[in-house]
Design a protein around this ligand. Structure first.
Ligand SMILES: [Zn+2]
Ligand SMILES: [Zn+2]
Length: 182
């Protein structure tokens, strides 16, 4: 059972279709297991600001969330710290509706935004996490962090970008004046 991250009490607008309330909260996010056996660490608190509107058949939530997180670089595994900002939208209904399969269900006078928040993080986290676009990663043979040190391993596989560059150089004449073919 997951501890709820954010619950919103909408009792003040439940009898007034069209009415909305604005909620601003600081939230605490639990660390998550992330792709590649990494730990996604949240630097808490995160901030959430949203409007909850009584749309008669339920409640529409729209707003945004932001905060900072730590995750390992995809290539060298060093921890990277970065900002996250995303909009946050969801519809809450009293019961499931086949037309609105994406909607969440609520009961009582509260909306539990835990799933909304976690889904948004899953969806909006960048696909790549790099400490720098030029990160050289780890040596595949000895594991040395190539940003910090060089090692003397023979690379088992040729870097395809380097291979392209060499091929291009050869086609250009490899640095002589182009007379060598005779
Ligand atoms: Zn890196
Ligand atoms: Zn090495």
């Amino acid at each position: 059972m997951v501890e709820p991250i954010l619950k919103v009490d909408f009792s003040s607008i439940k009898d007034t279709p069209g009415a909305s309330i604005t909620v601003q909260e600081q939230i605490t996010l639990p660390n998550l297991n992330w792709e590649g056996n990494r730990l996604l660490e949240f630097i808490n608190p995160w901030r959430v600001k949203l409007d909850v509107t009584n749309v008669k058949r339920g409640y529409q939530v729209s707003g945004e969330m932001c905060g900072r997180y730590r995750l390992n670089c995809d290539r060298c595994l060093e921890k990277v710290e970065a900002d996250f900002t995303s909009d946050l939208n969801d519809l809450f209904l009293l019961e499931l509706s086949p037309e609105e399969e994406e909607a969440k269900i609520y009961s009582g006078d509260e909306l539990d935004l835990t799933a909304t928040i976690l889904e948004t993080i899953n969806l909006k986290m960048p696909l790549k996490t790099l400490c720098s676009p030029a990160c050289r990663g780890l040596c595949p043979v000895c594991g040395t962090n190539l940003n910090l040190e060089t090692c003397h391993c023979q690379p088992e596989r040729f870097d395809p970008r380097l291979a392209m560059l060499l091929k291009w150089k050869q086609e250009k004449g490899g640095g002589n004046d182009g007379q060598s073919e005779a």
